[in-house]
Design a protein around this ligand. Structure first.
Ligand SMILES: *Cc1c(COP(=O)(O)O)cnc(C)c1O
Length: 435
């Protein structure tokens, strides 16, 4: 066999960068074995669901028009319900993204006069307009649905007293975001989500507990619906689409919650009966089938990145040793140059558009310029190797994805090479760190 390093050399990775990466990897063997074991369990879980639902060749075809009796669509929703151990699921290309799925779950299950509670602090940016924290047309606030929020304690713990005090007779739905998203709080493990839900249900048993499951699917062997969540919601261009789904979102949960969502997505009276799947089902099935191993690859990449940069003295969240509950890795470089060099390296590692140079730009909705690296097969897909960072203090980048571990590894080495090329990371730092 050809020497593996020679192919890296031919793709612009210097010997010292490669050697440093190899050194870091030596200490990650056990962690990677644990991740493989989780992937193995989840692979079987998905396969079992597909077999039990008797997925057949006919399921891979699609319908057009109204989409009545779409066998593949209906069976896929059964498969999702089995994977998440729920009564029902809605999995549709007509759900355009994660924000849409979350908005749908909220708007369909809340009524004027109800209150929504977030007991884990501020939700994901895009939900601020859905809820009406920031004014927006069509927000929950416009429909007379109020919102209350209890922040996490400074140490990341739940403010049980505060949560108890904020639950009232109007509290109808509780939204719990599993991933930290682009915040610095810790990501919640499924076990911690379970604790929180038990506490809330003890105070108010009939409240609907919804979990924003984005970036968390298949990171553990259990999902929030295994510990009491009434609904889990997510995007198919993240973990559960396995990199193959070109669009879509899902809601899995209690029959009534999913039914409400279906009536809102299509129309009262029509619900799940309409919504042609066109030609998309094969990618949804195959993507879900691959999702456990794709997620595992992304997770290894995140851990590799944490250790690579932690060892060089940068602050990383989560740190190199912590247990993982989502696939996002934050690295703080402290300078705009660091953020830019990192993103340029990630872009240069892409299978698509590797020849373009990403630049910071004024993205709508952000108060600083943002640089993004993404050379993806599916536009904007963040289960594929991608990174972004706002050009403002503390100058951190958020890195995630990689359809294979090998690709994630290359991307991270390429990011480091880019920092070395620009003199931000000195050669002797790599040498010192490998001693
Ligand atoms: C990505 C994400 C969303 C929104 O998903 P989009 O597909 O970008 O609309 C919501 N919540 C969390 C935690 C996310 O990571």
């Amino acid at each position: 066999m050809q020497n593996i390093q020679s192919i890296y050399t031919s793709m612009g990775i210097d010997n010292n960068v490669y050697a440093y990466g190899s050194k870091i990897l030596e200490n990650l063997k056990e962690r990677f074995l644990e991740i493989d074991a989780i992937a193995e369990y989840n692979q079987m879980k998905v396969l079992k669901a597909m077999q039990e639902c008797q997925v057949s060749e006919a399921c891979l075809l699609g319908t057009t028009g109204y989409g009545y009796n779409d066998l593949g669509r209906d069976t896929l929703e059964e498969v999702y319900a089995k994977v998440f151990h729920t009564e029902d699921a809605l999995v549709r290309p007509q759900i355009t993204c994660g924000t849409h799925a979350l908005a749908l779950a909220l708007m369909s299950n809340l009524r004027p006069g109800d209150e929504l509670l977030s007991p884990v602090g501020k939700p994901y940016d895009t939900l601020e307009e859905v809820i009406g924290i920031r004014d927006s047309k069509g927000s929950l606030a416009e429909y007379g649905i109020t919102y209350s929020q209890v922040d996490l304690l400074p140490d990341g713990g739940f403010d049980f007293e505060g949560i108890k005090n904020s639950i009232n007779e109007r509290t109808k739905l509780v939204t719990i975001q599993r991933s930290k998203g682009y915040q610095t709080r810790p990501t919640l493990s499924v076990a911690r989500i379970g604790e929180l839900i038990s506490f809330i249900k003890e105070i108010k048993p009939d409240v609907i507990c919804m979990v924003d499951n984005c970036y968390g699917e298949f990171v553990e062997t259990i999902e929030p619906t295994d510990v009491g969540a009434d609904m889990v919601v997510g995007s198919l261009i993240k973990n559960p689409g396995g990199g193959l789904a070109p669009i879509g979102g899902y809601i899995a949960g209690k029959r009534e919650c999913v039914e409400n969502a279906a009536f809102r997505l299509t129309s009262p009276g029509l619900g799940k009966e309409v919504g042609a799947s066109l030609g998309i089902l094969k990618d949804f099935y195959q993507g879900l089938f691959l999702a456990p191993t794709v997620t595992a690859g992304a997770l290894k990449g995140a851990i590799f990145a944490a250790n690579i940069y932690e060892n060089l003295g940068y602050s990383v969240i989560p740190d190199g040793k912590e247990s993982r509950h989502d696939i996002i890795q934050a690295v703080t470089f402290g300078t705009a140059e660091g953020v830019i060099a990192f993103c340029e390296g990630i872009q240069a590692a892409a299978p698509v558009d590797s020849h373009v140079t990403p630049e910071p730009w004024d993205m709508p909705g952000y108060d600083a310029q943002v640089i993004m690296a993404a050379g993806a097969f599916v536009s904007g897909s963040s289960i594929e190797l991608s990174a972004d960072g706002p050009i403002k203090p503390p100058y951190a980048v958020y890195f995630q994805g990689g359809l294979t571990w090998q690709h994630a590894k290359f991307g991270i080495l390429k990011s480091l090479q880019s920092l070395v090329n620009k003199g931000i990371v000195a050669d002797n730092m790599l040498l010192d760190a490998t001693k």
